[in-house]
Design a protein around this ligand. Structure first.
Ligand SMILES: Cc1ncc(COP(=O)(O)O)c(C=O)c1O
Length: 458
């Protein structure tokens, strides 16, 4: 059959509120034109993030009933530990309440002020944690990553030459570890090839620098490798994931993505000395090392979810959804990051609204237009999220201006996606009427979550 179906049927439903245009205008104004400040029930199709927003399976719900809430050494911990150990092959496993908690413990234990942490592209919480610890977060994406139209298969790769230059310039003693983020969320959800991880590892070994994987979407990345990289077509997604982790010295994970859970994360490593430090800080920040900020039932849901994310049929369906949307939007002429990423569609705002300056936040213009047109909540990945101020206090734009429509796992169906395409088409057809925004309030860190805007020309 040519039609790829959702490999599940629906047992429980949740109502969606259908709002009027007037209601959406009122809601957005009350939210200071920042969709993060909207009430979720006012968002008909909520694509703000794929993080923690997925639907759990009946197996996960069943496993949750087995949750052992003992403070230490619970059966649920054992099942969580076994699943994480099987996938990552790491000896030391520390559960955390979500990915950024793992980042914060890692940085708190091994980053000193002035240290440099390279990555293909740091996610915002990773960068914020490193900078909060006094470190410098540097991105070394491959050159194809900057061209949203190149159909290269592994645009999430790291630029190995640039990484070596960074090591030579800073000295290995200033680099406590290097990260590689799979898939590269900030760079458009693009995958990283096994060959690239291998090359990065080989270089780092020469300088005795540990490699850590930011593994949030490790299963989606494994699927891309299966489909696109020579030699992996007869390997299971689990085997591909195991091979990738075998190249690393540790990993941070948000189980809110490819753990198919609504909360959770972990930090893993091979070095017993690092593990001791992580456990000590973990106890302070997250709790006893066998629950790490999670209930026993959460550990159960994650143990099942991690394996379900590696199910081939699930990944075929997930990627077919993203490809379907990209194909339909491409036919309408809507500029997007090509090829399709793993967990989201990324609209290329620089091409959509070339006349709106980066410091007038064209991404916000698109995000807000999507909300007003049809109650779709998306997120800006551009100057608001990734811009910075130079030493003269002048705002420097992000190299890419993207709007991300991230797809919660197993939540929306084909008709929701057809509706979404119609909403984007309306915004695209009316793009000349959009104008930029002025930021009227911002916090010092992670400003995109809470800042306020006013439309220019209103
Ligand atoms: C690549 C990447 N790293 C880290 C994180 C942080 O994870 P969490 O939201 O669980 O703290 C995210 C979350 O979106 C992410 O996409």
């Amino acid at each position: 059959m040519k039609t790829i179906i959702e490999p599940f049927r629906i047992k429980t439903t949740e109502p969606l509120k259908i709002t009027t245009s007037e209601e959406r205008h009122r809601a957005l104004e009350a939210a200071h034109h920042n969709v993060f400040l909207l009430d979720a029930e006012d968002c008909c199709i909520d694509l703000l993030t794929d993080s923690g927003t997925g639907a759990m399976s009946s197996q996960q719900w069943a496993a949750m009933m087995l949750g052992d809430e003992s403070y230490a050494g619970s059966r649920s911990w054992k099942r969580f530990e076994a699943a994480v150990a099987e996938i990552t092959g790491m000896e030391h496993i520390l559960p955390t309440h979500q990915g950024r908690a793992a980042e914060s413990i890692l940085v708190g234990c091994v980053v000193k002020p002035g240290d440099v942490i390279p990555n293909n592209s740091h996610f915002d919480t990773t960068r914020a944690n490193i900078e909060y610890g006094g470190g410098v977060a540097l991105n070394f994406p491959c050159s194809e990553a900057f061209d949203t139209q190149t159909p290269a298969p592994f645009k999430g790769n790291m630029d190995v030459e640039a990484l070596e230059t960074c090591i030579k310039e800073n000295g290995r003693e200033k680099i406590p570890f290097c990260l590689i983020t799979v898939t590269n969320n900030t760079g458009g959800g693009q995958p990283v090839s096994m060959a690239n991880v291998r090359a990065v590892k080989a270089l780092l070994e020469k300088y005795e620098i540990p490699l850590l994987i930011d593994a949030c979407r490790f299963a989606e990345n494994a699927y891309f490798i299966h489909e696109r990289e020579d030699g992996y077509q007869n390997r299971s997604l689990l085997e591909i994931a195991q091979e990738m982790f075998s190249l690393a010295d540790g990993a941070t994970m948000s189980c809110k993505k490819d753990g198919l859970a609504n909360i959770g994360g972990f930090l893993v490593c091979r070095d017993p000395e690092w593990a001791e430090r992580f456990r000590n800080l973990g106890i302070l920040r997250e709790g006893f090392p066998t629950y790490g900020g999670l209930a026993g039932r959460d550990l159960e849901a994650i143990a099942v979810g991690l394996m379900e994310a590696l199910d081939y049929d699930y990944q075929v369906y997930r990627h077919a959804t993203v490809e379907y949307i990209v194909k339909r939007l491409t036919a309408l002429g809507v500029p997007m990051v090509q090829p399709a990423g793993g967990h989201a569609v990324f609209l290329d705002v620089k091409r959509m609204l070339p006349d709106i300056e980066a410091t007038q936040y064209p991404g916000i213009a698109v995000v807000n237009a999507l909300y007003l047109a049809g109650g779709v909540r998306a997120v800006e990945l551009g100057t608001v999220m990734f811009g910075h101020f130079d030493e003269n206090g002048i705002e420097q734009p992000s190299p890419l201006e993207l709007v991300r429509l991230a797809f919660p796992r197993r939540v929306y169906t084909q008709s929701h996606f057809d509706y979404l395409i119609e909403v984007i088409e309306e915004v695209w057809n009316n793009k000349e009427s959009l104008s930029g925004y002025k930021m009227t309030y911002q916090s010092k860190a992670l400003r995109h979550f809470t800042c306020h805007f006013e439309p220019l020309g209103s």
